[in-house]
Write a protein that binds this ligand. Structure first.
Ligand code: COA
Length: 314
C-alpha cells in the first residue's frame, strides 16, 4: 500500500500521512502491553469503566477484523513517531485526526498508541530517577481526558491526542495540583480539571517543582514559571471576586503584552474549559456559577476573551 492509498482509506489528507511517514521513517515502534495486563493498567491510568470497556472491545488483536492494514500501519508508525521524540517537549500531533465514529479502532487508535508508550515513558522516567507515583499520576491524565471528551460529546479529542504525547515523551510531570511542562528556560504550568485551584495547593506544587527539576533534570536550567491560559485574562477581574482562586492565581504572574494567539480562538477555549462544550448556543449554556454567567454575559455583549501569557521568577 502506498501513502496515497493509506490516506484515501483513512479519509485524511495525504500530506498528513506523508508527515507520519517522514517523522517515523523506519524507526522502532513499541509493542502493546499484553492484553491480560491492560485492565489493571487502565485502572492505574484513571480510565473510567465505560471508556475501559470501549478500549478493550477495540483491542488490536493480531486477527481482529476491526484493524485493517491502514489502521495497523498508522498505529505502528504513530508509536514510532512519538517514540522518536522521547524526551522532547514541543507540541507533537501523533498523526491525522480520524473519523472516530467509524468504530472502536478508529475512535481509540491514539489511546492504543499511548498504552504502547507507557512502558517507554516509564523507562525514560526511571532513567531520570522519577518516582513511580509521579509517573503514574502524570500518565493518569489519559483517564481524565477520556472522561472529559465523553462529557464534551467527543468534541475534545483532536486537541487531546496531541496533548497526551507530552506525557508519553517525558515532557510533562504532574506534581501535586499542577502539571509542569519542560521547556527552554521556563517551566510551563498547566492546570488539570481536578477540583479547586487553592493557593495552598498551587504553592505546594511550585515548591515540589523547585526541587524536582534540579534533581531529575540537572542539565536544564529554569529561571521562570510560565503559563499561557484563559485563566490569565485580566478581564476576569471585572467579574470574579478578589478572593477567588482564579484571581489569586492570576496575581502571581506578570503578564506579557497581549498578542492574539495563532491558531487558537480564545472564546472557543473559554467555552471548552468552562462549559465543556464548543457548540452549544450561548443562550442554552448553564448560568450556575459566577464564572459561567460572566463568560456568557461577556460574549453576549460582543466582547471577546483573551488567551494570555505570563511569567514569574522561580
Ligand atoms: C482552574 C479551575 C480549577 C478554577 O476553579 P476554582 O478554584 O473553583 O476557581 P475560583 O475560586 O476562581 O472560582 C470562582 C467562581 O467561578 C466558578 N468556576 C471556576 N472555574 C469554573 C469552571 N471551569 N467552570 C464553571 N465554573 C467555574 C466557581 O464555581 C466559582 O463560582 P461560584 O462562586 O458561583 O461557585 C477551574 O476553572 C477548572 O477546573 N478549569 C478547567 C481546567 C482549566 O481551565 N485549565 C487551564 C487550561 S489553559
Amino acid at each position: 500500500m502506498d501513502l496515497e492509498e493509506i490516506a484515501a482509506r483513512l479519509g485524511v489528507p495525504v500530506e498528513e500521512v506523508e508527515r507520519v511517514h517522514r517523522l517515523a521513517g523506519d524507526r522502532p515502534s513499541a509493542p502493546l502491553p499484553a492484553k491480560s495486563d491492560v485492565p489493571e493498567m487502565l485502572e492505574r491510568l484513571a480510565v473510567r469503566p465505560d471508556d475501559a470497556a470501549e478500549i478493550m472491545a477495540g483491542w488490536p488483536d493480531p486477527d481482529s477484523p476491526l484493524w485493517t492494514p491502514e489502521l495497523r500501519w498508522l498505529l505502528d508508525r504513530s508509536i514510532a513517531l512519538v517514540r522518536a521524540d522521547l524526551g522532547g517537549h514541543g507540541w507533537l500531533p501523533p498523526g491525522p485526526e480520524l473519523d472516530r465514529d467509524r468504530g472502536p479502532a478508529w475512535r481509540h487508535l491514539y489511546v492504543y498508541a499511548y498504552l504502547a508508550l507507557v512502558d517507554v515513558a516509564m523507562g525514560y522516567h526511571r532513567e531520570h530517577g522519577v518516582a513511580a507515583d509521579v509517573s503514574w499520576a502524570t500518565l493518569a491524565d489519559l483517564g481524565r481526558n477520556l472522561a472529559i471528551d465523553r462529557r464534551m460529546d467527543r468534541e475534545g479529542w483532536p486537541v487531546m491526542q496531541s496533548w497526551l504525547t507530552l506525557h508519553a515523551r517525558g515532557g510533562l510531570y504532574q506534581l501535586g495540583r499542577l502539571q509542569h511542562h519542560r521547556g527552554d528556560s521556563a517551566i510551563s504550568l498547566h492546570i488539570p480539571d481536578a477540583g479547586p485551584l487553592t493557593p495552598e495547593a498551587v504553592t505546594a506544587s511550585l515548591d515540589e517543582a523547585r526541587a524536582f527539576f534540579p534533581r531529575h533534570f540537572p542539565d536544564e536550567h529554569y529561571t521562570t514559571f510560565a503559563c499561557g491560559s484563559w485563566l490569565l485574562d485580566p478581564q476576569l477581574l471585572e467579574y470574579l471576586p478578589e478572593d477567588s482562586n482564579i484571581v489569586r492565581f492570576q496575581r502571581r504572574f506578570e503578564l506579557e503584552p497581549y498578542e492574539a494567539p495563532e491558531g487558537l480562538d480564545p472564546d472557543v477555549e473559554v467555552l471548552r474549559f468552562v462549559f465543556r462544550s464548543l457548540t452549544t448556543p450561548l443562550d442554552r449554556l448553564p448560568r450556575d456559577t459566577v464564572l459561567r454567567r460572566a463568560v456568557v454575559d461577556h460574549l453576549e455583549a460582543g466582547r471577546h476573551w483573551q488567551w494570555r501569557r505570563g511569567t514569574f521568577p522561580i
